[in-house]
Ligand binder design. Structure first.
Ligand code: SIN
Length: 276
């Protein structure tokens, strides 16, 4: 299959999230892969059902989306350094992604696309939510938008990771990077808000107090912006592919003590930039 216009496409609302119920990811040719990257840049996140595949096939598919990322903190499954295990059960002390965030924004070249495949779902719950950062930016006042365009934020890995991943010692140096508070998406040219409660520590140009107040306002705007969010209910072998440049996501741990199990592969993106 070469173009995604050939397949059934269901937009889950007007701004973010599209389901492609009839697409077999492993059957896509190069044009199909490019169409996926374009669609996810426009819609933020896209969903597929019934994608039975091995870990090797998932890694091979992910590598067609771009250079694969190695997580700076989590221990990978044996033999698969580019895979992030997403597993929560009755012994878990936390679940990955349980808060609004973009993936690993502490990296100098943070993730572009993430592909999460869930193999085992809990009997109920375990949904994930995504929020459009295009819309989060565009629904702010013009004055606030113009101000945010002048700012840079510091993103720190230890905000998210310290004490979490027991495979790594807490004296490890996690990445720290500075990125524009608003970034331009290289495919769509649209501007997206790029601060998140998972990794962003401080707005560089502001005092700590000013920065905390501005970030709290923006995080509230993201969390309460239900008209630019989408919620996905997983079935075994569902896949979500999202573009970290223009969405944040939030896993929902509402199924304890049940088990949810899957794998994520992620591509390395470009250093975020803002075109004025
Ligand atoms: C993640 O943050 O990548 C995990 C999301 C999820 O488990 O739904």
């Amino acid at each position: 299959m070469s173009v995604l216009t050939d397949v059934t496409r269901t937009d889950l609302n007007t701004v973010v999230g599209t389901e492609l119920p009839d697409t077999d990811l492993r059957g896509l040719d190069d044009d199909g892969i490019d169409a996926i990257s374009q669609l996810v840049a426009e819609r933020g996140v896209i969903f597929f059902r019934n994608q039975k595949m091995t870990l090797t096939e998932q890694v091979e598919f992910g590598a067609r989306l771009g250079e694969l990322h190695v997580h700076p903190a989590a221990k990978a499954p044996d033999g698969f350094p580019e895979v992030l295990l997403v597993h929560t059960d009755e012994n878990s002390k936390f679940t990955a992604g349980d808060g609004w965030h973009t993936d690993v924004s502490c990296d100098a070249r943070p993730p572009g696309l993430s592909m999460l495949r869930i193999e085992q779902t809990p009997p109920t719950g375990g949904d994930t939510m995504w929020s459009s950062m295009y819309e989060a930016f565009e629904t702010l006042s013009t004055s606030m938008q113009e101000y945010l365009l002048t700012l840079t934020a510091v993103h720190r890995g230890d905000v998210a990771y310290r004490g979490r991943y027991s495979a790594r010692k807490d004296d490890v140096e996690y990445p720290v990077s500075e990125h524009p508070v608003v970034r331009t998406h290289p495919r769509t040219g649209r501007r997206a808000l790029y601060v998140n409660s998972g990794f962003t520590d401080k707005i560089k140009q502001l005092t700590r107090k000013e920065s905390d107040a501005l970030l709290a306002m923006l995080y509230d705007h993201i969390a309460y912006g239900v008209r630019f969010q989408v919620r996905f209910h997983w079935e075994p072998d569902s896949v979500a592919i999202w573009d970290n440049r223009c969405v944040q996501h939030h896993a929902s741990w509402d199924y304890f003590p049940e088990t949810r199990h899957g794998y994520r592969v992620t591509t390395v993106g470009e250093a975020p930039y803002l075109e004025i």
